[in-house]
Design a protein around this ligand. Structure first.
Ligand SMILES: Nc1ncnc2c1ncn2[C@@H]1O[C@H](COP(=O)(O)OP(=O)(O)O)[C@@H](O)[C@H]1O
Ligand SMILES: [Mg+2]
Length: 234
């Protein structure tokens, strides 16, 4: 479904992503793990067209998307939940969720999807009139994921959904990620929390200094001595 070929990202003279190649099949959850600074966010931003790649190609459902306008991307069916969440702080929870559906004109289905999001995150329903800026970090993460789901994406790009959250909140968020995946969503999951990410994925890629150094089935990576030593704290 997603094919990334020789992707290169640079900031001025800094090579953040060095010619990486990987793919995500339809219906899969794929983890992209690696230490802080490895190039994970730059990779997601380049796929989502938030930044321009310096080289390489991205194909989505057979179509080259590496040059299309960022706003066109959401219509193609790609939604990014950015690092740091990016909710609209001065809008309510409900307004944020409706913003997620701005590209859609199927009013009835939008209401159905709102109920689906509230089903995943009852806490958002309880707080639907609350300003997003007053939510806790975990609740904002829920809102960011909910807002992305409101665009009815075919591919969900998640950048560090566990970052800065209490363990109980991380559990809740990941329960929903797994439920969304079980419902058929294709997910590219970027995480520093390698164990959790791999436990929630079918396959994974390890990024180091801008390159992919290891890849394989998630279960294999969880067992790999190098992964265990470097990313699982063993
Ligand atoms: N806007 C930017 N300007 C300059 N360098 C950046 C910028 N964003 C990221 N970098 C650098 O690119 C590299 C990869 O960063 P990033 O993609 O954020 O990694 P990760 O998400 O894996 O932590 C790092 O060395 C980082 O300092
Ligand atoms: Mg990052």
């Amino acid at each position: 479904m997603l094919e990334v070929t020789g992707l290169h990202v640079a900031y001025g003279g800094i090579q953040a992503v060095r010619s990486i190649t990987f793919h995500v099949n339809e219906g899969e959850t794929v983890a992209l793990i690696g230490a802080n600074g490895a190039g994970k966010t730059s990779t997601l931003k380049a796929i989502a067209r938030v930044i321009d790649a310096a080289g390489g190609d991205v194909h989505f459902r057979g179509e080259k998307i590496s040059r299309i306008a960022p706003h066109a991307l959401i219509r193609k069916g790609i939604a990014l939940v950015p690092e740091g969440r990016g909710v609209f702080p001065r809008l309510t929870v409900l307004e944020n969720l409706r913003m997620g559906a701005f590209i859609r004109d199927d009013a009835v289905d939008i209401e159905t999807d709102l109920e689906m999001v509230f089903g995943y995150f009852p806490r958002l329903k309880e707080r639907e009139s609350q300003l997003a800026g007053t939510l806790s970090g975990g609740e904002q993460q829920m809102l960011a994921i909910g807002r992305a789901l409101m665009s009815r994406p075919k591919l969900l790009l998640l950048d560090e959904p566990s970052m800065g959250l209490a363990p109980i909140m991380v559990q809740k968020i990941f329960e929903v990620i797994r439920a969304v995946a079980s419902a058929g969503m294709t997910i590219l999951l970027v995480e520093q929390n390698a164990r959790l990410a791999l436990q929630s994925s079918q396959r994974g890629y390890v990024m180091e200094s801008g390159g992919i150094t290891l890849s394989g089935d998630a279960a294999e990576l969880l067992d790999d001595p190098k992964v265990r030593a470097a990313y699982l704290g063993e």
